[in-house]
Design a protein around this ligand. Structure first.
Ligand code: AR6
Length: 332
């Protein structure tokens, strides 16, 4: 399931750990989504808000949800749109970030956001949606513990804008932190086990994963062997990874995997585009890879992407195991 969901509906009905309120600086209620949340939560919410001493624009504060299905309400104050001259974009991004900070501090796993500032406060909806999406995606790449973020759109216009945010549903991010390395190692063992046991057997897969795709092994490749790893996120869910290394005038695509559920969603194409861009920047003449001779599905997929079969290689990978591969090359 995708970590980010876009739905159309009334946020007060959602059964999530926390919903976000688009409040004003007094935190004492108002119209729009604020009014709806106070009505549904009951008068105890206003009493709790009265104890908070208001809230600055761009900041957020938390209360219980009282009669709401959600356990908490996170109140944030969006900027009033004033031709974009008063740091409105920065302040809106700050609203999302501050809400997510509170999410982390309170162990919240599922959260729903309304389209902050896009009602009475007049923030242009397309810009607000991009800021919301990018800020949340950025946070999710560093916080895999957060299980679900819902963008709850009330009006048709926002719903349609969010659904058309295709361009940033996929992000590809360089792997550097120990946390990201752990995510790759987890994906690697899943993908190798799903994909390669039938081809090369469980024993060899176990050896491959432990020797070349454990967190320790990946860390060494990155720090000592000049490999670059990248995670591919789809709707903020880690959905594949890439590893590359420049060798002479060829860019070696050492690993290029997409999880089973996400194959056929265009992630492979996006990943390849990304690698081609890097290869061009490095002035490489070709992108090369090796693929197991019996892995017909992958060979076909690479063939469709424009890779040509350029020969066979048998590599000794240690412990008496060999990889019986084709070499494939994509000319630039
Ligand atoms: N569920 C989800 N979204 C809703 C709901 C609902 N029940 N009702 C409205 N929206 P607004 P702002 C959407 O005006 O622009 C208040 O009076 C709505 O379609 O609620 O941040 C506060 O007290 C719109 O897309 O908030 C402040 O004074 C989005 O929620 C001021 O309004 C935000 O619209 C804040 O203005």
């Amino acid at each position: 399931m995708a970590k980010i969901e876009i739905i159309r509906g009334d946020i007060t009905q959602l059964n999530v750990d926390a919903i976000v309120n688009a409040a004003n600086r007094s935190l004492l209620g108002g119209g729009g989504v604020d009014g709806a949340i106070h009505r549904a939560a009951g008068p105890e919410l206003l009493e709790a808000c009265e104890r908070l001493n208001g809230c600055n624009t761009g900041d957020a504060k938390i209360t219980p949800g009282f009669r709401l299905p959600s356990k908490y309400v996170i109140h944030t104050v969006g900027p009033v749109w004033n031709n974009g001259k008063n740091r409105e974009k920065e302040l809106l991004a700050s609203c999302y970030r501050q809400c997510l900070r509170i999410v982390s501090e309170n162990g919240i796993k599922t959260i729903a956001f309304p389209n902050i500032s896009t009602g009475v406060y007049g923030f242009p909806k397309p810009e607000a949606a991009s800021i919301a999406f990018e800020t949340v995606q950025d946070f999710l790449t560093e916080h895999p513990e957060l299980e679900k973020v819902i963008f709850c759109c009330f009006d048709e216009e926002n719903f349609s804008i969010y659904n058309n945010l295709n361009f940033n549903k996929i992000i590809i991010k360089r792997v550097q932190s120990p946390q990201a390395i752990q995510i790759v190692a987890g994906l690697a063992s899943t993908i190798w086990n799903e994909h390669y046991v039938l081809i090369i057997g469980q024993e060899q897969v176990d050896y491959m994963v432990a020797s070349f795709q454990s967190a320790d092994a990946i860390e060494k490749q990155i720090n000592n062997e000049n490999y670059e790893y990248y995670l591919i996120y789809h709707l903020s869910e880690p959905s594949g990874y890439i590893s590359i290394k420049l060798m002479g005038d060829e860019l070696f695509l050492s690993k290029f995997y997409i999880t089973k559920e996400k194959r056929g969603t265009g992630l492979g194409k996006e990943g390849l585009k990304f690698v081609i861009n890097i290869a061009k920047k490095l002035d490489a003449k070709a992108i090369t890879l090796t693929v197991n001779k019996y892995n017909i599905k992958s060979i076909k997929a690479y063939d469709k992407m424009g890779f040509k079969n350029t020969g066979s290689v048998v590599s000794d990978i240690g412990a008496g195991f060999v990889m019986d591969d084709f070499k494939m090359s994509y000319e630039l």
